[in-house]
Ligand binder design. Structure first.
Ligand code: PHE
Ligand code: NA
Length: 440
């Protein structure tokens, strides 16, 4: 077998992992799921989920990936637990499922980058979103986004993925801070802050059964867990790296960027609608493309430039996430069957393009794909992974966690017990509530 590539620097890995984590989940999905699930109550549960459940889980995936130094499916084989390759397989399937519609939204972002330059949506963002989010145009831009994703993956780790993510994080933070400050100065944004930042405990108590599964699954989606992405990326990692330090950084930055995006989108929703709108186009998947776009639309020529810049940065964030989804299956086929990297990336890209045309044709399909991913696939896949790391692979996982971790290594045993108890129960409850919500 050919010498396996590794990240050229530690920063390369952290940036790529952050690049995978930070994406449409933070900037597009987190704000509208917050708006749909009671505001600050959701934010509170999400923050708890990210730290108490997301962080220990991401460390588990890092430990699998680095020890096996192999793709997310065969990793389980290499660790001498071949029966558990089914976990890798489920993760791979979940990732492909998600990429099919993720790419559709990525296509919208390309459309809006261009639409900003031409002022295309300046006449009315809601009508524009209705026109471009579904149908032939959506399919065309979905194709373009998928082709870009496959193109980067085809170039491999060093030349493609590592380089694409270097500038993304600072630009995302900068743009979101700027927009958040601007939103703060607008008339009518006031009530948004209590909605977003001060949890309504009665709401929480009455809706715990829906807030918990949504928030926990959002944390998984947002941290790229349960899809083999973090296993795959960590497989290119060297042994002197500190997994706890890297995990903390990824979780911290990812959470920060989600919270920032909410500070932009929620106030702008209030400015435009004076409340959280009931309509799907205004408050749901359309929130980013209707409310934020509206701001640019009101700023004339400045708005064109700012809008194009903003959506371009969102595009980079979406791409660096999408490539990590496609990389999972590509790494598997290249490692296992020695397939040609370019052909594999474009082959799967083509198949997923076809699957995604459903979501691009009608946003009801997109919602259905998303619901199934959130309610069933993600928690199921993460649960199996947690059982594997906690019980089957426990002692080795602890050893792997201690490697290169300096002082943090002494908490490795605590970590494994946390995984076996709190995380296990949390994910189990999430899966149960998710599955039952589908039949509700
Ligand atoms: N975490 C990414 C986001 O928030 C989505 C993603 C999920 C990417 C899984 C890779 C793997 O947008
Ligand atoms: Na994310």
């Amino acid at each position: 077998m050919a010498q396996r590539e590794t990240w050229t620097t530690r920063a390369g890995f952290v940036l790529a992992a952050v690049g995978s984590a930070v994406g449409l989940g933070n900037i597009w999905q987190f704000p509208f799921k917050t708006a749909e699930n009671g505001g600050a109550a959701f934010v509170l549960v999400y923050l708890l989920a990210a730290v108490l459940i997301g962080l220990p889980t991401i460390l588990g995936e890092f430990a699998i990936g680095r020890r096996a130094k192999l793709n997310a499916v065969e990793a389980f084989d290499r660790l001498d637990h071949p029966a558990w390759t089914v976990v890798g397989g489920l993760g791979l399937f979940t990732g492909l499922w998600i990429l099919s519609y993720y790419s559709v939204v990525g296509g919208w972002v390309i459309r809006y980058t261009i639409g900003s330059l031409t002022g295309g949506y300046f006449g009315g963002t809601a009508a524009y979103f209705g026109a471009v989010s579904a149908g032939w145009e959506a399919i065309a831009f979905h194709a373009l986004f998928m082709a870009l994703t496959a193109g980067i993956v085809a170039f491999g780790i060093e030349d493609g993925i590592e380089k694409a993510t270097k500038l993304m994080v600072p630009s995302v933070v900068l743009m979101l801070v700027g927009l958040a400050v601007y939103a703060f100065t607008l008339d009518g944004s006031g009530p948004a802050y209590s909605y977003y930042l001060s949890p309504d405990m009665d709401y929480l108590a009455n809706n715990l059964g829906s807030v918990i599964p949504f928030a926990v699954s959002q944390a998984f989606f947002s941290l790229s867990l349960g899809m083999g992405a973090m296993i795959t990326y960590a497989s290119y990692l060297s042994d002197d790296d500190s997994l706890p330090a890297d995990g903390g950084l990824v979780v911290g930055l990812n959470t920060l960027i989600g919270v920032l995006a909410g500070l932009v989108v929620i106030p702008l929703l209030f400015v435009q609608f004076s409340q959280i709108p009931e309509t799907a186009a205004g408050g749901g998947p359309g929130a980013l493309f209707v409310s934020v776009a509206q701001v640019f639309g009101g700023l004339g020529i400045t708005g064109r430039i700012l809008g194009a810049l903003f959506f371009f940065v969102v595009l980079i964030a979406a791409l660096s996430s999408a490539i990590s989804l496609l990389e999972v299956v590509t790494a598997y086929c290249v490692d296992r069957y020695e397939w040609n990297r370019m052909a594999t990336a474009f082959g799967f890209g083509g198949v997923l393009f076809l699957l995604g045309t459903l979501s691009a044709w009608d946003t009801a399909w997109l919602g259905w794909f998303d619901t199934l991913a959130y309610s069933v696939l993600l928690p199921a896949s993460v649960l199996l992974g947690v059982i594997f790391v906690g019980w089957v692979y426990g002692p080795e996982a602890v050893e792997e966690m201690e490697k290169g971790a300096d002082g943090a290594g002494q908490y490795a045993t605590l970590w494994i017990w946390w995984l076996r108890t709190v995380v296990f129960v949390g994910v189990l409850v999430t899966l149960y509530l998710g599955v039952t919500s589908i039949y509700a």
